[in-house]
Design a protein around this ligand. Structure first.
Ligand SMILES: CCCCCCCC/C=C\CCCCCCCC(=O)N[C@@H](CO)[C@H](O)/C=C/CCCCCCCCCCCCC
Ligand SMILES: O=c1ccn([C@@H]2O[C@H](COP(=O)(O)OP(=O)(O)O[C@H]3OC[C@@H](O)[C@H](O)[C@H]3O)[C@@H](O)[C@H]2O)c(=O)[nH]1
Length: 491
């Protein structure tokens, strides 16, 4: 090739410095990453279009008990304010699957609030086989595994569904998942998604799980990478038992990734179910969302350090900037025009993807989507940076240090995140008319509004304790939550 011809604005090849060669290699790598990411985007769209929300779940019709595999549903529950908990749990009692048991795992033996909620539901649905385990068993570092251990050991069926506390089910979700568990499949997981919610935090979560997360999750699934998250995962018990049961995963915080790895190592496939997971947390906030996504990023970096390079390159803003530079370096293309076109294409593909994942009208306008999408894409690089700043992870007020490979160790702290407790008597009529608390015992309630409402509702429903809450919550959100909670249980 005539060395003066290309790239025409640089000196001839034989006069190139090391620096120019490095720039050339970087430019080519960036442009390849652009093509690869568009390919991932297209794969995700195809998978979403042809796999998600299919009318007939997978292949088998599972309508009666004959020959149907039984499912032990393990529900790890731990204290924390969540106004949707009862409604979410109730959806497991109304599943139309013919053969299942629900094993509730209450982490804290003293947690009378959770016990009350669970026992009320068990009483309301006497035909559903449900049991309560409390206190867990310490078999390792991961508190979710410790919490689930007794239930796992007592489980009677061949399939285990690990289902996090914030998950809702439609009547046919379990049927859909089981029918995806074909002969060579060992784990069926749900694409994480989120229920419709009003408010900025709900919109942000929906935009994230419907675009950025769904893109990489579905593409990874098509390409056969292990991407399973453990919020809703149906597994063959024999595979877990063969590697030592849940205990085998207790040294990791990302137990979900390692469970899926075991399934793959045992020669089985993992399969994404056709219904996305319906996360329905009652305590959505932008802060909660960011700390959760940062925690997940830290877990991924510890497990697969290569992602520290690949994830930034696959970020829309970072990729736009580096590719704009690459095209300028190689062809003197206008960087601003490229970035605008790049973001527009990315936006349109994300818009199409979220529609496929949602499979119905979105609970926000196009304008709200645009604003939230821009916010999410601009803050995404900050999350990647934040994951490097502090290597320890905080999960439900417990802190862990991650080692390379994903093994975790607990960091003993004085729990700075633990809310301070202050008891203040509430004197609202909305509270006092629904129970007659005795004054013989007392409870202290955290200052956070949601926690106040939940703790107060327990006391109300028990009818045995006086109710305390900060005066600032009287007549406000706390009371409304309490009344809603009581209605849900009593109806
Ligand atoms: C030029 C090439 C660009 C390649 C870009 C690759 C970017 C990969 C980014 C993310 C990896 C997949 C993330 C899936 C969502 C995981 C959500 C999550 O973090 N969940 C955790 C908590 O539940 C869980 O413990 C983690 C589970 C899976 C972690 C996956 C790790 C490694 C997978 C490697 C796959 C790379 C290729 C992806 C191809 C699309
Ligand atoms: O100390 C704990 C923490 C959590 N859990 C349970 O673990 C489940 C997931 O907890 P959260 O909702 O706080 O966390 P996430 O949704 O981020 O979890 C996700 O990341 C970490 C993985 O181990 C999980 O499998 C995955 O679902 C819940 O059911 C929760 O009750 C415990 O039982 N004990």
């Amino acid at each position: 090739m005539d060395s003066n011809l290309w790239p025409w604005h640089h000196p001839p090849w034989h006069r190139w410095t090391i620096q120019l060669w490095i720039q050339l290699v970087a430019a080519v790598v960036f442009l390849i990453s652009w093509v690869v990411l568009r390919f991932f985007h297209i794969l995700a769209l195809i998978k979403a279009k042809w796999w998600l929300h299919r009318k007939k779940p997978c292949s088998v019709a599972l309508s009666n008990e004959e020959g149907v595999p039984g499912v032990s549903i393990v529900k790890p529950l731990c204290s924390g304010a969540d106004a949707n908990l009862v409604r979410n749990l109730e959806t497991f009692f109304t599943l139309n699957y013919p053969k299942f048991e629900i094993l509730f795992c209450i982490q804290d033996q003293e947690d009378s609030r959770l016990r009350y909620f669970v026992e009320s539901l068990i009483e309301k649905y006497p035909d559903v086989d449900a049991k309560v385990f409390s206190g867990g068993e310490v078999v390792g570092v991961n508190p979710k595994i410790n919490n689930m251990q007794p239930a796992f050991q007592a489980s009677q069926y061949e399939l285990i569904l690990v289902s996090d506390s914030g998950i809702r089910m439609s009547e046919d979700t379990l049927t859909d998942m089981v029918s995806c568990m074909t002969k060579n499949v060992g784990l069926v997981h749900q694409l994480p998604f989120i229920c419709d919610k009003s408010g900025i935090a709900g919109t942000l979560e929906k935009v994230y799980f419907g675009t950025s997360h769904a893109r990489i999750y579905l593409a990874a699934d098509v390409l056969g990478f292990n991407c399973a998250t453990g919020m809703s995962a149906l597994m063959r018990k024999e595979i877990l038992t063969a590697v030592g049961g849940l205990k085998a995963f207790s040294s990791y915080i990302a137990e979900d990734y390692f469970m899926a790895k075991s399934v793959l190592n045992s020669g089985f496939k993992i399969q994404v179910s056709s219904q996305p997971a319906q996360q329905n947390p009652g305590d959505s906030s932008i802060t909660n969302f960011h700390s959760r996504i940062t925690r997940w990023t830290k877990l991924r970096y510890a497990m697969c350090p290569g992602l520290m390079v690949f994830e930034p390159i696959s970020d829309s803003v970072i990729q736009g900037v580096v590719c704009a530079w690459a095209l300028f370096f190689l062809f003197r293309w206008d960087p601003v025009t490229f970035i605008m076109l790049h973001l527009l294409l990315w936006f349109i593909m994300d818009w199409a993807l979220i529609h496929l994942v949602q499979n119905g009208p979105l609970p926000f306008s196009k304008f709200e989507f645009l604003v939230t999408w821009v916010f999410r894409e601009l803050t995404a690089p900050c999350i990647l940076i934040a994951a490097h700043v502090n290597p320890s992870v905080t999960w439900r007020n417990k802190r862990f240090r991650l080692k390379w490979g994903g093994v975790a160790e607990k960091v003993e702290t004085s729990d700075p995140d633990e809310p301070s407790l202050i008891p203040i008597t509430i004197t609202s009529s909305a509270l006092t008319t629904t129970s007659s608390p005795s004054s013989s015992s007392s409870i202290v309630i955290p200052t956070r509004p949601m926690a106040v409402s939940m703790a107060a509702s327990t006391a109300m429903l028990d009818g045995t304790m006086p109710v305390y809450a900060p005066l600032s919550h009287q007549g406000g959100a706390a009371e409304k939550f309490i009344c809603k909670e009581i209605d849900t249980i009593q109806s």
